[in-house]
Design a protein around this ligand. Structure first.
Ligand code: FES
Ligand code: FE
Length: 433
């Protein structure tokens, strides 16, 4: 089996030619590639699990997945966020069935093993039955822990002890994340509630769409844009960019409120305009123009966000051809209370399962996935070669910067990172990009 994996991994460079932008369609449907991807991408990377504001008190928890591994994310008695497998150490039963809640313990239905908020095994039913000769050692039978590290309130978990720190993993992309997470001294908060929906698509299609595909927006979303915005947005090649670092990427214009303008909320626009000078003071002029701009972004592998629409979302794989989308709405914690309603309504209208933009996108992602099954179809490579010569040096922008947001530089960087991880035996083989 190890040989199979090595053989499969040796072909990664045939599937992804990130220099020229040719992508093999099999990476979107092949079961063996998918299972290697769960091991080498999801069980290795820092995966977003919760924002601080979702779990404010000791005992607050939520359940989610890292790849296909079910996990519990909880605030322990030490006040810290812990992430551990939602699978009992005894026979593997699911320990917690709720999606979100408050608990003192997580107790398994099957034989009653009971775990603390940090995942450690606290007690078992009929403990005396383990008396006598026994290898039963409570301290070794807790729920398997992930590492948890945070960046400005965003908690990420990682199952690989050899992975670099979250700080290194995010690299220069932290500077971009600050546009959202740190444009105000109070930081952000997630509004209560999380929409979960299913798409019959490979998780990479939406992730690559958010990392760099503004090319599709005026075409796919033409009628929705006219309905929500009154006209087609202007994307100026001289004032817009693709920027990426370590496979994370953001495509953006410096238009300040391009995305926010489609929410149809005068109160949101007023808030943004009132705070424009403050954003510039905190972030500098260039980054302040990105706060609500016409743009989209993805933190590798599966955390996407939209500035201005104020939504974070994760693309959770459920097999090579199915993805569970988790959507949250966020806003600045110091923003007036009534803006919560405005943002929630705005995201529901645009980027929820019933939202005008998301409906357009979902159909494309599903068809891109389904049609690849054809035996002749699968032999044909996909093209992602726009903007091969668009790389520039920019005085202020960090990371790898490319001119014009109508570009495929970030998609190539995303697939390069994917290929680097799929190819690598350990993190030591993964280059910094
Ligand atoms: Fe959980 Fe037995 S499987 S206590
Ligand atoms: Fe779209």
């Amino acid at each position: 089996k190890t040989d199979d994996k090595a053989e499969l991994a040796s072909k990664v460079n045939d599937w992804v030619d990130a220099e020229e932008g040719y992508i093999d369609r099999r990476i979107f449907w092949d079961d063996a590639i998918y299972s290697l991807e769960l091991e080498r991408v999801f069980a290795r990377c820092w995966i977003f699990v919760a924002h601080d504001s979702q779990l404010p008190e000791v005992g607050d928890f939520l359940t989610t997945t890292i790849g296909e591994d079910a996990v519990i994310v909880s605030r322990g008695e030490d006040g810290k966020i812990h992430t551990f497998l939602n699978s009992c150490s005894h026979r593997g039963n699911r320990v917690c069935f709720a999606e979100v809640g408050k608990a003192r313990r997580f107790t398994c239905n099957f034989h009653g093993w009971s775990y603390g908020l940090d995942g450690s095994l606290k007690s078992v039913s009929r403990p005396k039955s383990y008396d006598g000769k026994s290898n039963f050692d409570k301290s070794r039978l807790g729920l398997h822990q992930a590492r948890v590290e945070s960046y400005k309130g965003m908690h990420f978990a990682c199952f690989d002890p050899d992975a670099p720190s979250l700080e290194e993993y995010l690299g220069d992309f932290r500077w971009y994340l600050d546009v959202i997470l740190d444009n105000d001294e109070g930081g952000i908060e997630f509004i209560d509630g999380n929409i979960k929906s299913r798409l019959k698509c490979n998780w990479k299609f939406p992730a690559e769409n958010f990392v760099g595909d503004s090319y599709h927006a005026p075409w796919t979303h033409s009628s929705a844009l006219i309905a929500m915005f009154g006209k087609q947005p202007t994307m100026r090649p001289d004032r817009s960019y693709h920027a990426n670092a370590n496979g994370h990427g953001w495509e953006f214009g410096l238009d300040f409120i391009g995305n926010a303008a489609t929410l149809n909320s005068p109160q949101i626009l007023e808030y943004l305009r009132e705070h424009e000078a403050k954003f510039a003071e905190r972030l500098g002029k260039v980054r302040s123009r990105m706060v609500a701009s016409l743009s989209s972004a993805n933190v590798f592998p599966n955390l996407s966000f939209l500035a201005g629409h104020n939504t974070f979302r994760t693309w959770n794989p459920k097999g090579p051809r199915e993805t569970e989308l988790h959507t949250w709405v966020f806003l600045n914690a110091n923003a007036p209370e009534e803006l919560k309603k405005e943002y929630r309504r705005g995201v529901m209208l645009t980027f929820s399962p019933a939202g005008v933009f998301e409906m357009d996108d979902g159909e494309n992602f599903e068809n891109c996935t389904a049609v690849n099954a054809g035996v002749v179809t699968r032999r044909q490579k996909l093209h992602a070669g726009m903007g091969l010569d668009s790389r520039i040096e920019h005085e202020e922008l960090k990371g790898n910067v490319h001119q014009s947001q109508i570009n495929e530089a970030n998609q190539r960087a995303f697939y390069q990172r994917w290929a680097d991880l799929m190819n690598a035996e350990t993190w030591a083989d993964v280059p910094v990009r």
